[in-house]
Each structure stands twice: as C-alpha cells, then as structure tokens.
Design a protein around this ligand. Structure first.
Ligand SMILES: *[C@@H]1O[C@H](CO)[C@@H](O)[C@H](O)[C@H]1NC(C)=O
Ligand SMILES: *[C@@H]1O[C@H](CO)[C@@H](O)[C@H](O)[C@H]1NC(C)=O
Ligand SMILES: *[C@@H]1O[C@H](CO)[C@@H](O)[C@H](O)[C@H]1NC(C)=O
Length: 477
C-alpha cells in the first residue's frame, strides 16, 4: 500500500471516530443512515491477506460479553453486497458444540470469501449469502475459534443455557457498535448442533422482548440438518444407516429390538451399545457427513480426528466435528489460514506477534458439554405460536443428522400440512422436495451432505432468498 492510500485510510478512520452525529448520504435516491459508526470503524477489515477485491465493507473483532470474567466473543460481519441498509441482518451459527462459524459457515459455506486449497488466500464466492442479507458470523461460546474467557473456570460450565445467554449479550452489545442495525429485521440461521442453539437463543430473545428497551426484531429461524430431539435423531441415524446400506439387516434388527432411545440410560443395554458401535465403525471408514464423497487422506496432524468417534459414542447427545464437502481437506487449509499472524492481525484478533491458537472445532468443549436439551420441540411450539417463520432443511446424503431424523422429529410435532410434499426446482432440475405445515416449512436438498451450501451453493442461495421473502421455494420448472 502506498503512503497516500494509507494516509487517506487513516484520515477517513480518524474522521469517522470524531463524528458524533451519524452521517447521512444520498443513496438509491433517498436519505439513508450510514452504517459506519466510530466503534464499528475500529473493526473494519482493510487488509486481509489474499482477499479478493470487493465493494462492500466487512468488520471483525471482539465483543466483550462479560466484563467481570473477561469473556469476549469473536465475530466477522459482512455487509450485503448491495442496498445493505434495506436488507435484513442474519446471524449464522455452526454447531459442534465447539465448532467455529467463521471456519465453517463464513469460509467454507456461505461467506463471500472461501478458503483456497493453496492455503495462501481466499477466493470469491459467487453464491455468498451476503448478496441477500447482512451476514454476521459468531464464534460461540467462549473457547470456540478466537472467542475466549480470561476466567478458566468458565470453560468448565459451558452448555446450552450459557451459550444462549452469552450470544444474547453479544447481540445487544454488537448493536451498540452497529446502531443502524439495532432495529433491523433479524433472522438466525445455522446447522447441526445449532439446531439446539438457535431455537434456544430465539426463545431467549422472545422472552427478553417483553422489555421494549431490549426489543430485537427477530422474524424467523432457518435450520440445516439440525439436531432437534435426541431420541428421534438417534432413530433416524440408525434407520438411515441401514436403509443406505451402511450396516446389515442383522445389526439393524438388534438395534430395533434392544435400543430404547427415549431412555436416559440407552447405552447400559450391551446389545444396543455394541450394535450402535457397529454403525459408527462403518461410518468411521467413510465421511458420515457426506456418504458419497471421498474422505481426506492427507491430514498431516490432528490426532483429534481419531478421537472423534469415541467422543461421539460416549457423549451420545453430541455432534462431533464436521468435515468438508467436495474437498474433504478444507478443514486443514482453514486451520492454516486462521493461524497466520498476518491474518490474525487483519481480523483484529492479535497484534500479529502473540498469536492465538485457532482450531476449527474445540473437542474439549465438545466433550465437556453437560447442559444439552434433549429436545427443542417444545421451543418450536412456542416460536410457532409467537408467529416466527421456521424453516428446516436437510441435505439428504448426511448420515449424522440424516433427513430421517429430521422427519421423525418434525412428525412428532403433529402440525397440519398446508402444502403437500412436492419437488422444488433449480435450473429445471429437482433441487429437493418440500412440505409446508402451519407454522413451519421443511425442505430437502437432493444429493447434499451435512453442510448443505458446500455441496449446493447456487441452490442454497436461491432457497435462502425464498426464506427471506417468506415465499415457497420455486416449485415450477
Ligand atoms: C483478557 O486479559 C487480557 C490480558 O490481561 C486483556 O488484554 C483483555 O482485555 C482481557 N479480555 C477481556 C474481555 O476482558
Ligand atoms: C433417568 O430418568 C429417571 C426418570 O425420569 C430419573 O429418575 C433418573 O434419575 C434418571 N437417571 C439419570 C442417570 O439421569
Ligand atoms: C495449539 O493447540 C494444540 C491443540 O490443543 C496444541 O497441540 C498446540 O501445541 C497449541 N499450539 C500453541 C502454539 O499453543
């Protein structure tokens, strides 16, 4: 960067720091509120290594959610590519528990910059969801990605409730940095274990909204291959593995006869336990998150991988790390990228000297997670009654939270069908099928794994846009 440009940026930033009053400008023929506020401008990302050139602003940094214990959550926020002041705000959460929304959501799935396999930079994502909305990616809770606590004891008490409260505090404090989004329509989206996080956070927002000073204009939630109800999720996993030729009829029969997934003591039945282990053993040979793609064979380090299935087995409620899609080694590139000193400096994570240790999933969090709701279906009912838009989608080649798990879970809600099962289309092909219920839309993505947008980026963007408009996915060719 030459000196003149540096000086210009410096002056621009200094000027915006001095401005107490919001800036107004004429855009799209009317007066609009400028989004850049003095606090936000500190987080403006200006020289991210390897970043393609773009004409929208993006911001990254920390929001302190608990002063006393020193808890800070890391976010990365991309304004919409066009008309950002008119578009809604969408908070995206990945699951785990313990996995990073920046590492997965932002840089492997739906953000504007995707990690490149050459490990040296980022490539432009033509199907980025910030074409339709202002996208906010949060690493939650503390211990995930760059988010941290200065009180080590905090890491021992992580759970659903803890995560929801910190994420709520994050939103409120983030609005102080970005006041022009304070009254914006908000949606929360995410996948996997966020199937629990998201309804829980939505419920908390709904509850706190009784106080008009805290009001957040939450309009709906969007959930991909979500963990929903443990008993139904397990039944779906087992039936899916059998129906997709991963295990034998004999193994499936033993499970059907000996497993009581509604019990809190499922694994004390030896027959059940061994038969389920057989499923996991077969899945350990392939990518459980994407049955028909290859596994990554050139992982250098990560002894973590081997322990994944063990963790999966004994913390039966939990979701282990997820792997990439078409390129199963994406996790590796992502890890290298976020541990670069120049990247951490550009994202306001460290000074570039004393670097933070970033991992895509924190298995300590995953294993130590004690507070997990067995089912979020009662929350669904509450949110449906409150008039929130709830859309659930499912990549139908995922074995971890398979389409059967989601169908079993949703069926147990007993909602009235308002539009019967039918295909939805993308470029004259069947993108998947969908069914509408009173208060809920369910859709599948044909041939997509667990992290749907990795496999079906163009379809996902179209579907996301339907969700935002509150219209059915395109159902005529
Ligand atoms: C955590 O501790 C470090 C080192 O003392 C300090 O710089 C940082 O501001 C603290 N973080 C929070 C959120 O208080
Ligand atoms: C299992 O559930 C029963 C009945 O709900 C309860 O009495 C028991 O304490 C639970 N056991 C464990 C290990 O949580
Ligand atoms: C980062 O974390 C990994 C896994 O916990 C550990 O093996 C490694 O030594 C850590 N690196 C640094 C620089 O702290």
């Amino acid at each position: 960067m030459n000196l003149i440009i540096k000086l210009t940026i410096f002056l621009t930033l200094t000027l915006s720091l001095l401005l107490v009053e919001p800036v107004f400008s004429v855009r799209h023929g009317k007066w609009v509120h400028e989004t850049v506020n003095s606090l936000a401008s500190e987080d403006l990302v200006t020289d991210l290594p390897g970043q393609p050139e773009v004409d929208f602003h993006h911001y990254a940094g920390y929001v302190t959610v608990n002063e006393k214990n020193g808890r800070a959550l890391f976010y990365w926020f991309y304004e919409a590519t066009t008309n950002s002041d008119e578009k809604p705000l969408v908070l995206w959460l990945n699951g785990g528990p313990g996995c990073s929304s920046v590492g997965y959501g932002a840089t492997q799935e739906i953000g504007p910059f995707l990690v490149n396999r050459d490990e040296h930079g980022l490539k432009n994502n033509p199907y980025s969801w910030n074409r339709e909305a202002n996208m906010l990616f949060l690493e939650s809770p503390v211990g995930v990605g760059f988010s941290y606590s200065n009180t080590t004891g905090d890491y021992a008490i992580l759970g659903d409730d803890f995560a929801a409260h910190d994420a709520y505090m994050f939103l409120q404090k983030w609005f102080l940095k970005f006041p022009s989004y304070r009254n914006r329509i908000l949606y929360i989206a995410g996948e996997s274990y966020a199937g629990k996080y998201i309804p829980e956070l939505a419920e908390l927002i709904h509850h706190k909204n009784q106080d008009p000073f805290l009001y957040i204009d939450l309009k709906g939630i969007l959930l991909g291959n979500p963990e929903t109800c443990d008993a139904e999720d397990w039944m779906g996993l087992v039936d899916y593995a059998w129906s997709h030729a991963v295990v034998s009829d004999e193994t499936h029969k033993i499970i059907k006869e000996s497993c009581d997934f509604n019990s809190n003591d499922t694994w004390s039945n030896e027959d059940c336990s061994q038969a389920v282990d057989e499923i996991l053993r077969q899945y350990s040979e392939i990518d459980i998150y994407s049955l028909y793609t290859s596994v990554c064979t050139d992982t250098s380090d990560d002894s973590d991988d081997k322990s994944t299935l063990v963790a999966f087995r004994h913390n039966s409620k939990m979701m282990p790390r997820i792997m990439g899609g078409y390129d199963p080694c994406l996790d590796e590139y992502t890890k290298k990228f976020y541990n670069r000193p120049d990247v951490q400096k550009a994202l306001h994570v460290s000074d570039g000297q004393d670097i933070k240790n970033w991992t895509i999933c924190n298995l300590h969090i995953f294993r130590g997670w004690t507070d997990s709701k067995a089912s979020v279906l009662p929350i669904y009912k509450k949110l449906i009654a409150a008039g929130l838009r709830i859309w659930v989608y499912s990549g139908d080649t995922d074995g971890r939270v398979p389409v059967l798990s989601t169908r079993y879970s949703l069926n147990s809600l007993g909602l009235t069908i308002t539009r019967a099962w039918r295909p939805w289309y993308h470029q004259k092909q069947v993108g998947g099928w969908f069914q509408e219920y009173e208060g809920l839309t369910f859709a599948t993505f044909r041939g997509a794994g667990h992290a749907v947008p990795v496999f079906k980026p163009s379809e996902s963007l179209v579907f996301f846009s339907s969700f935002l408009r509150g219209e059915s996915p395109p159902f005529s060719k």
